[in-house]
Ligand binder design. Structure first.
Ligand SMILES: [Zn+2]
Length: 191
């Protein structure tokens, strides 16, 4: 663990790791308010804005990031931190890659990421991840690969969305000038 670089959000400045639960799950404690949150790559728990435990399917990052927004100063500091860190090290690990699942360590996250990338890049409806033909493709190319569920995919995309939104907000705040192209809002069949 010490040889890997810790994901920025749980490096002790914003959250500290209290306990590793295995299977990609980890309990973290919020530094500003000391609330404990369960976080990780598996589904099952979700905390609401007051920190209460809820059943749900939220990934680690979205869970933790959502909580950090309750502390505007720390949230701002995190965004600043991420901008600097990304410049230094573009391969910042995510919480789920840092605490890989025990059943299929590093590989699971790569397979997941490949499937996720395909859906995102092609802007496909999320249900495509569960289409029998898509699953056959994944299994056909790599029998050991785990198929992603619709729920896992959507919660991971949500986490990714929150992270990217954070970074984009920060970059826009720092920019002096922004140039929008004339067709910024057009899209196919919706000009
Ligand atoms: Zn807190």
């Amino acid at each position: 663990m010490s040889s890997r670089s810790v994901p920025a959000i749980i490096n002790g400045n914003f959250f500290r790791v209290v306990e590793e639960l295995g299977n990609g799950n980890v309990v973290v404690q919020c530094v500003p308010c000391e609330t404990e949150l369960q976080s990780g790559s598996t589904r099952g728990t979700k905390r609401d804005s007051s920190g209460g435990l809820k059943k749900g399917s939220f990934t680690a990052t979205s869970n933790v990031l959502k909580h950090l927004k309750l502390h505007p100063a720390e949230h701002e500091a995190y965004k600043n931190y991420m901008i600097t860190e990304r410049k230094k090290n573009p391969e910042q690990p995510t919480i789920s890659s840092f605490f890989p699942t025990t059943n299929d360590p590093a590989r699971a996250s790569t397979d997941d990421k490949l499937q996720m990338d395909y859906i995102i890049e092609s802007m496909l409806p999320l249900y495509h991840i569960e289409l029998p033909s898509f699953r056959r493709l994944v299994k056909g190319l790599k029998p050991a690969a785990k198929s992603l569920s619709y729920r896992t995919l959507s919660s991971r995309i949500h986490g990714l969305y929150l992270e990217e939104k954070c970074l984009l907000e920060k970059q826009l705040l720092e920019a002096t000038w922004i140039c929008c192209t004339a067709d910024l809002w057009s899209s196919r069949r919706r000009s």
